[in-house]
Structures are given as C-alpha cells and as structure tokens.
Design a protein around this ligand. Structure first.
Ligand code: CP
Length: 339
C-alpha cells in the first residue's frame, strides 16, 4: 500500500483530524485512489478500527449517508452507533452564553464532551435553517461539536457543505474516466453542475461542496449553469465558468451533475421553477455522451426526468454505492491519525 497516514488528511494544530471540507484534505487524488482500493478489497484493513467506536449523530434525515458510513466503519472493524439526536435526543442549544429558558434542554457544551468520551470518532449531520444566511454559513452546529467533543469530527452534511458526497463524486468521476472514457484521461474532462427545478427550497450544500471539491481537485474544465439570481457563494465557485445559458453549458460536457438549490443572495428562496431547466435526453444530445450524476434523493420528473434516470447515461446508483468507499477511505485515514 502506498498510502502514508497523516498525509491524506490535514491535521489541525489541535492534533485532531477532522473532515468537514475539501480544505481538510491534502491530496484528493490519493484519497480517491485509496477509496477505489477499498472498493476492490473492502476488508483489507478489517482490523484497523478494532476496539474503536464511531458515533453517527443525525439531526436530520438520511438514507445513503447513514448506511454507507456504518458499512464503511464496519468494514474497518469499528463498532458504529447511530443516534437520531434530532428526533430522539434532548433538544440541543448551540449558542454560547444562551439563557436556556426556552425549549432547548441541553447545551452542546455539555453533550459533546460526553460524546467525546463514548466515541473515538464523531460524525454529525445538520441541515441549514435557510432562514438566516449568516447563521447557516457560520456553521455553528458542526463547529460547536468540533470545539467541545475533543475527538475527530466528520461531517455527514452540514449547513453549507457535504464533503463525503463530494469526495464520492470525485471518486465516481475518476472511476468512470478510467473505465468508460479512457480517451479523456490525458486531458481535462468537462464537468457541468446544472441547476434543476424543485418544489421545495433546498440547501446549497451539495452544489457548494461539489464546486469546492472540483476546484480543489483542479483536474476538470468546470462550468456551472443556473437561472439568474441563483449564484452560489463565490468562495466555493471561484474558478468555474458560470452561465445562465444551459444549452451552451451542456455543449461537449463529459459529466452533468444535476442538482437543485435555493437562492444564496436573497437567502433560501425559490425564484424560478421553470420545468425547461429539467434535463432531458434531447438536451443531453448536446453533450459528449455525458454521464449524468445526482446525489439523491431526487424528485423524478421535477428535478430529473425518468428517461434520464432510467437510461444508460445515468450513474446515480454507481455514485451512491461509492459512498461506502469514500467514507471508508476517510475513516481509515482518521483511524491511522489517532492511533
Ligand atoms: N446524498 C445523500 O446524502 O443522501 P442521504 O440524504 O440519503 O444521506
């Protein structure tokens, strides 16, 4: 194995590894390579996490993230405990110096250190409120867990980012390039992040995170297309070409990542629900036989058409299945860092 520990993940001055953003990774290609190695041999490090326990805290719903992270932990020999803290735990207060006279029962300052004693690694899913941009983009919830837990923290999707999903997306693109599009491994693939309609106001997390990771990866020609007023935070998109002309964006694309998000500037709104923005086979014909990606769950025939999802261009199931290997690579590196 050519993977040296403490090189793939950044270790902050605290000495505790964390995985909440692309900025926590030193070498994305090496982490993706490790993930694909685990895909080929899931149990090659089946004792790496022996006698270690991972806590998976969910303040919000999940299917793929919950299952894939549990499987990944178990492949490494860890015991995984899931706690649906949002629906089954005490209501948590996150604001420092709060006067807790409302409906919040326990402060994260008291709860997180206990988690730090019960577990070796703590994973958390928290969604944004979509009501106050400054609050959401401060990432208060996950940052308070990082501050008070005293053990490595992994984001299972936070208010603004979804790093395990984005690592999976890079892994999937890498795998498809190796297996199905070898002709473009010597040049940069064209990747398009394409906004799609939705009936609900959704977070910007997946789109922010995908943009952050593709930019950090640096191995793609990256375009983002969305209707007017759906600009994302430039902090994540800087470096991408951005256009409101979807057809122009799709031209010659190798990968089209479809995703809805609500507005960032006038925060959390739906300005456009134009069904014309939904990807169809006709539009896909503009691409270079592009593979179509989506993080799931997806609203069929609203966000993405049946003909795309059920057709040969869709790689959404491959993508979701690769969530296991992304999580396994990250947990493996963390275990090595804390051992
Ligand atoms: N893509 C994703 O995070 O799926 P879940 O919400 O089901 O975990």
């Amino acid at each position: 194995m050519g993977f040296e520990s403490k090189e793939l993940l950044q270790i902050p001055p605290s000495g505790i590894a964390r995985f909440v953003s692309a900025n926590d990774v030193n070498d994305i290609n090496a982490l993706a390579k490790l993930a694909l190695t685990y895909k080929a041999d899931p149990f090659m490090h089946k004792t790496r996490g022996l006698n270690k326990r991972i806590g998976l805290l969910f303040l919000n719903p999940s299917m793929r993230t919950r299952l894939s992270t549990q499987i990944a932990a178990q492949n490494l020999g860890m015991e995984a405990i899931v706690f649906n803290v949002g629906s089954e735990g005490w209501a948590l207060e996150f604001e420092d110096e709060a006067i807790m006279s409302g409906n919040k029962v326990e402060h994260v300052k008291d709860a997180a250190p206990i988690m730090g004693k019960y577990f070796d690694i703590l994973c958390i899913r928290t969604f944004p409120s979509l009501k106050n941009r400054e609050d959401d983009y401060s990432e208060l919830y996950i940052n308070q867990f990082i501050k008070y837990a005293g053990i490595p923290v992994v984001s299972l999707e936070s208010a603004t980012l979804h790093p395990l999903q984005s690592l999976t997306d890079i892994i999937t693109i890498t795998e498809v390039l190796q297996n199905h599009k070898p002709q473009i491994t010597n040049c940069k693939p064209k990747i398009v992040l394409a906004w799609a309609p939705h009936v609900k106001a959704l977070p910007q997390c997946v789109a922010n995170s995908f943009s952050q990771w593709v930019n950090a990866w640096g191995e793609a020609d990256f375009t983002i297309t969305h209707p007017e007023d759906y600009e994302l935070d430039e902090k994540f998109t800087k470096g991408a070409a951005i256009t409101h002309n979807q057809e122009e964006a799709l031209k010659d694309a190798d990968f089209v990542y479809v995703k809805n998000w609500s507005t960032y500037k006038d925060y959390g709104k739906i300005y456009c629900n134009d069904p014309e923005w939904m990807l169809t086979n006709e539009k896909l014909s503009l691409t270079s036989n592009a593979k179509v990606m989506h993080c799931l769950p997806v609203r069929r025939n609203v966000e993405l058409s049946d003909e795309i999802l059920d057709g040969s261009s869709s790689i959404v199931t491959l993508q979701a299945s690769n969530r296991v290997w992304a999580a396994q690579a990250v947990l493996s590196e963390m275990l090595t860092a804390i051992s």
